[in-house]
Design a protein around this ligand. Structure first.
Ligand SMILES: [Zn+2]
Length: 287
């Protein structure tokens, strides 16, 4: 996507991984190839990946620049992280920071890192390896995290139930550096950006709403993983903590934003776009 301008705010992104790490059949266990094919007329070409013959996906960060602040929303998988469970995520050596620099943004310039949730593919660049330990990648940033999300994952991590290790190497070092700000799930970051609780994928999952004089947008994190879920919101992902709650949340989100003109920027969608009504259902359309 090109940089998007909304009033006096600009939105860009850094793509860390440009394809799906999991086939849709595995990612959305309730989905079926037949039902997905019934949506191909709007999924293709923009939301389909001909290289994999599957739905398109990204792992990416959004960079938001307001007149006062430079903000990163979610930070991908990260470099040098031990991720034995996922080969594409293990000990990566990607050019993420160069890609950020190409947008004119150095790590020192980031004022806020906003975490929609604390899954392994959303917190990786919170930290980098300095040769001896994990340190915050963005030295001057406040890392804004919903307190409910931190409490849940801290407990899981302390109990040895968080298998990836991402809390220990990508969140705890930020907390220990004094750069984490634990907030309510409706926290206002500034006059433009605010958290909204949309839970189910994780217990403290938030979306980030951007409000400008020229319209609004929502960074929806992992409320949906694939664009087909706009039409089939009952399909939760295998990574949803509470599949039933995630389903109800997704339905409410789709209904609320249909034909609203609100731009939706999802954690893994290949393009920003809009939720529109079609017949008795919904679909996604590229902006
Ligand atoms: Zn994710």
């Amino acid at each position: 996507m090109q940089t998007i301008k909304l009033g006096d705010v600009t939105i860009s992104r850094v793509i860390e991984i440009d394809r799906s790490s999991f086939p849709t059949a595995s990612m959305l266990p309730d989905s079926s190839a037949d039902r997905i094919a019934a949506h191909h007329h709007w999924l293709k070409p923009h939301f389909f990946d001909e290289r994999t013959g599957d739905l398109a996906s990204r792992i990416q960060s959004y960079v938001v620049r307001t007149p006062r602040h430079t903000i990163v929303i979610d930070t991908g998988v990260g470099n040098d992280k031990n991720r034995h469970g996922a080969p594409a995520w293990h000990m990566r050596k990607s050019a993420y920071l160069d890609d950020l620099a190409a947008l004119g943004v150095t790590p020192e310039r980031i004022d806020f890192v906003l975490c929609t949730h604390l899954h392994v593919d959303h917190v990786g660049w919170n930290t980098r390896w300095d040769g001896a330990r994990w340190v915050p990648t963005f030295p001057n940033a406040k890392y804004v995290i919903a307190g409910a999300e931190w409490e849940f994952w801290k407990y899981e991590s302390d109990a040895g139930k968080e298998e990836s290790g991402c809390i220990a190497d990508s969140v705890v070092p930020v907390v220990e550096a004094g750069q984490a700000v634990l907030v309510d799930s409706d926290y206002a970051v500034d006059q433009y950006l605010r958290f909204e609780p949309w839970v189910g994928h994780t217990p403290g999952h938030v979306c980030v709403r951007l409000t400008t004089s020229a319209g609004s947008a929502v960074f929806s994190g992992d409320l949906m993983h694939r664009t087909v879920q706009v039409a089939e919101p009952q399909w939760s992902s295998r990574f949803c903590y509470d599949a039933a709650q995630a389903r109800a949340t997704r339905r409410a989100f789709v209904e609320r934003h249909a034909d609203s003109g609100t731009m939706i920027l999802a954690g893994h969608f290949p393009h920003p776009g809009y939720i529109v009504r079609e017949g008795s259902g919904h679909r996604f359309t590229r902006s």
